[in-house]
Design a protein around this ligand. Structure first.
Ligand code: ADP
Ligand code: 5GP
Length: 205
């Protein structure tokens, strides 16, 4: 697919305008740090937090369900969504496209529901631009060696993809100062509790 053009993601009415003053929380951080693990725990234990479901062209991993972890789409379908202005933000990460459908985010924010997005650093930067009131949370590993262990130990990608993700991780770690808050993922339980408090505070009227 031709890369969807960036201007398609610039703030265009009506949806991004509805989101301009929205209060939502964005979780980001390097691949392998534990973002999906944290999101999965929140989905299980804090159902009041609404978790945005992204679209991706990546194939599902074992256990991933269409509509729960992601909407798995073709490059053509992704391109159509981007062209129609249906994505709040999108990025290419390690060879695949990922994007946040805009409509559901706008609806849940409008309903006053605590709203959490999990995106890569490029996506977080786009949300910062489009939704200046968003709270950006960076999930950091306890150490570089632990990040390598987690990414390798997950055993979901071939070696080539792991090294691609580790290379991206170096750049993503350098972006930490751009975020409002850093949480170190030593204990999933502790991170979830801290994150849920932040989401609740960020969405309070
Ligand atoms: P991400 O979504 O950020 O790419 P994952 O959630 O897939 O990362 O986690 C990568 C690996 O690290 C998984 O095998 C997961 O079980 C493990 N993991 C996540 N959080 C922790 C933690 N606090 N301590 C130890 N291992 C963890
Ligand atoms: P994974 O393939 O490991 O599920 O995700 C790869 C990366 O894409 C992770 O850093 C994840 O946070 C990010 N990601 C997931 N959904 C989105 C999205 O909608 N937009 C952007 N920009 N990144 C996403």
């Amino acid at each position: 697919m031709a890369e969807p053009s960036r201007h398609q993601l610039s703030p265009q009415p009506p949806v991004p305008v509805r989101l301009a003053g929205a209060r939502l929380t964005v979780l980001s951080g390097p691949s392998g740090v534990g973002k999906s693990t944290v999101v999965r725990a929140i989905r299980r234990r804090w159902p009041k937090v609404w978790l945005s479901v992204s679209v991706t062209t990546r194939p599902p991993r074992p256990g991933e369900v269409h509509g729960r972890e992601y909407f798995f789409v073709t490059e053509g379908e992704f391109g159509q969504m981007a062209a129609a202005g249906e994505l709040l933000e999108w990025a290419r990460f390690a060879g695949y496209l990922y994007g946040t459908p805009c409509g559901p985010v706008a609806e849940h924010v409008a309903a006053g529901q605590p709203t959490l997005l999990e995106v890569d650093v490029a996506g977080a930067r786009q949300v910062r631009r489009l939704v200046p009131g968003a709270l950006l949370v960076f999930l950091a590993p306890p150490s570089w060696d632990e990040l390598v262990r987690r990414l390798t130990g997950r055993d979901t990608e071939p070696a080539g993809v792991i090294s691609q993700r580790l290379e991206a991780a170096r750049a993503e770690l350098a972006a930490e100062p751009e975020f409002d808050v850093t949480l170190v993922n030593t204990s999933v339980e502790d991170v979830c509790e801290q994150l849920v408090s932040l989401v609740a505070a960020a969405s309070a009227p």
